[in-house]
Design a binder for this molecule. Structure first.
Ligand code: C5P
Length: 222
């Protein structure tokens, strides 16, 4: 990379990891502290899933799914998300939507359709990008890469609390199973599987508070 390119490219911090590892919460707090932009890439897969569900598109209709992904009419506001002008902030957080998102996310054509949209989030003064392939595929030149993980039991507990706060009911054993299934699908797919980038710092947050993780990420950035 030339020096000029280096100066004009806003920095990116990637936070990848499995379902329920707390990436979203950490990304939000780090972005707030730094005053940077945020990319919730999982929301794009969830929005594609919701749009497909609403139009009754089959999971194997790759051409239509890719078309939907490429043409998503989305507005991200600080605490809400709109799809075609309608608020879908809670609708896309349902576990059913997450599961379909994970199936759709295994399709290489859908991933390709969302790639440029994700890269467009790289704007000054900087970007915190949260997802599964941020450090490996979407922003391979990111200045800092974090892989955030935690035990499946801990992640399921956190997810349960998050769902409760959003008034969505769920059971812990059921969530553990769903998370395990989703992790296996995300890690074993051919296209952009979930894994830590070679140059990522791995943080196991099982016994850490949100504040401790945020502090560690900010320390690494410095
Ligand atoms: O992070 P979140 O649970 O919202 O993501 C929903 C699904 O979208 C994940 O299970 C994963 O399959 C997919 N995803 C992905 N790549 C990303 C972000 C999410 O494949 N960068």
């Amino acid at each position: 990379m030339s020096q000029l390119e280096n100066i004009s490219t806003p920095p990116v911090i990637t936070i990848d990891g499995p379902a329920g590892s707390g990436k979203g919460t950490i990304a939000k707090q780090v972005a707030q502290q730094l005053g940077w932009h945020i990319l919730d890439s999982g929301a794009l897969y969830r929005l594609t899933a919701l749009a497909a569900l609403q139009s009754n598109i089959a999971i194997d209709d790759i051409a239509t799914l890719s078309h939907i992904a490429e043409n998503l009419d989305v507005v991200f506001k600080p605490d809400s998300i709109y799809l075609e002008g309608k608020e879908v902030t809670l609708a896309i957080r349902q576990e059913a939507c997450g599961n379909i998102a994970s199936k759709i996310a295994a399709i290489a054509e859908v991933r390709a359709a969302l790639l440029q949209r994700q890269r467009n989030f790289q704007q000054a003064p900087g970007l915190i990008a949260d997802g599964r392939d941020m450090g490996t595929v979407v922003f391979p030149n990111a200045s800092t890469k974090i892989y955030l993980t935690a035990t499946v039991e801990e992640r399921a507990k956190r997810r349960l609390n998050q769902l409760k706060q959003n008034k969505i009911s769920a059971s812990l054993p059921h969530l553990i199973k769903e998370i395990q299934t989703r992790d296996a699908r995300d890690m074993n797919r051919q296209s952009a599987p979930l894994k830590a980038a070679d140059d990522a710092l791995i943080i196991d947050s099982s016994d850490m508070s949100i504040e401790q993780v945020v502090k560690s990420v900010l320390q690494v950035c410095q």
